[in-house]
Structures are given as C-alpha cells and as structure tokens.
Write a protein that binds this ligand. Sequence first.
Ligand SMILES: [Zn+2]
Length: 319
Amino acid sequence: MATINSVLGPIDTSDLGFTLSHEHVLECSAGIQHLYPEFIDREGTIKKAVGIFKKAYAEGVRSIIDVTTIDLGRDIGVLEQVSRESGVHIICATGVWLDIPRAFWVATPDMIAPLFIREIQDGIEGTGIKAGIIKVANGDDGVTPEGEIILRAAARAQIATGVPISTHTGARGRVGEEQLRIFEEEGVDPSRVYIGHSDNTDDMDYLSGLAEKGAYIGLDGLRVAGNSPGTPDFRQRIDIVVKLIEAGFADRIMLGHDWSVLGDMFGGKEARRETERHNPNGYLVISREVIPRLRQMDVPDETIAQIMVENPRRFFEEG
Ligand SMILES: [Zn+2]
C-alpha cells in the first residue's frame, strides 16, 4: 500500500481499482484555453466528459491515468471537475509530449527536472493539485537531442520523487529500447517505467525484451479503428495482449485506449468523427469488447484482474 496523488488529492493505491493506463480528457495545444478560449468548447467538454465518466464508473472503471502534458493543452481545472463530478479517479501528468517548448531545447536536464518536481511536490499552476506521473514522448524517428534533455530531466524527477514515468514511444522504431537505455544511465529502475503505444508493433522480440528488463508494456491503442496506418488493427492488438500473457508477461502489461473527449488534432474534425463512429464505446472498449474477447480466448479472470487492477497499483508502488 502506498499513497499517490490524484487530481482530488492523495489516494491509497488500493483505491485505484480497474485502471485505464493511458488516456486523455481534453487534448489541445499549450495555452489555448487561456489565450483563445473561443477556439475550443471547454464547458461543453466538461459536461460531456462527466456524463461519459459516470457511465464508465457504473461499468467498473475506477481510475484513469491522464497523460496530457502542457504541450497537449493540459487543463487541470477540467480534470479536477470531471473527477469530482463523475467519481472516477484521475492521475494527472507533469512532463512534456512531442511539442517540446523551444525554450527547453537549449536548457539542461537539471534546469527542467525541478519544474517537474515542483508539479509533483507542490502542485500545478498554483492549484495544489499534484502530478502523479511523468510523461515523455519520442516518435518513430527516435530520441532527438531536445527529446533527450526531457528524458534525462524526467529520469531525475523520477528519482527525486519516486513518481513513475509514462512514455509515448515510436514502437516501430524500437524507441522503447532507447528510452530505457537513457533512463537506466540515469539510474531509473525499469519497473518505474511504462513504455506506451507498444501495441503499435507486433514484434514480440522487441516487446519481450522490454518486459524482461522489468518495464511495463503499455498496450494502449485499443480502439476498433482510428490508429495510425501501418500499425496493427484491433484484432491484432488483442492478439498481442494474449501473446504477451502466454509468454509469461501478464505481470508487465497495462491496457488503455488513448481516448479523449475532445481531441481532433490528429487528422481534424472529420477524422475525429470517423474515429468516434467506429468507437462508440470510447473509454469502454476494453470493458465491453476486449475483455469479453480475452475470455473467449481462455484468458482467466485472475489474469484480467492482474492486468487491469494489480499491475497499475504495483506500478505506482514499486521502487
Ligand atoms: Zn496519448
């Protein structure tokens, strides 16, 4: 048992329950809500999100890890209100995604790490709401010089605070290996690292290598449609889950949808509508479609509970 920070304050890890490992509520770009509020429907998004998460709660979802960073338009007020009104625990993130602020490109890791540490220990934007996870991102082209600054800063913040790291990873470029190498150089225990978007590849050699090192494998693209072209489809993603279980890594897997209530940055409004049309279950694809399929494929209920409940809990407790 341990205490971690949710957007409503400290909770015991045993209260996490059924946890979605990589999600968003509102995705946009840094500063938009404050500077150009008319650009997005913030209030409408909150209302819609509360309804969606109440339904998710009623179907057993107890927690989400929201990995929205400043450059994805992190809006701490939205997360706080949605959690309070829906009952779903939300763990929020410090760190940086792919749109690394130019000002950070010429900084050192030791200039950035204290910013992440402050958001974990003191709070975000003067709210007192503390980050419970550190998010970093490196695409298929690998770790860029500015990306490496963020990785090392994240590693130092991890060691200083004990809070784990969640990555966006270009799986097809085996970028998880590069991320782990840098984290290990910094002294981070791989068991404190979640390598996200790992189901964008079915390369079992790559995936089991990460799991053998002790990292968590994030299989978080579980949508019926709407993933990047050239990556595994929905059925293949479920097969990856089963293959990793069969290979003995049930204790290293976490599942998510990388879903959002508002987020049309990838392909625009038309593409978003299409994705929604194919995924009417949104945050409930795992509950309603993936888990029944796993049961059909003879995955025992204890293993499903291990993946959805015990692994997230242990991820926050280890180290
Ligand atoms: Zn994401």
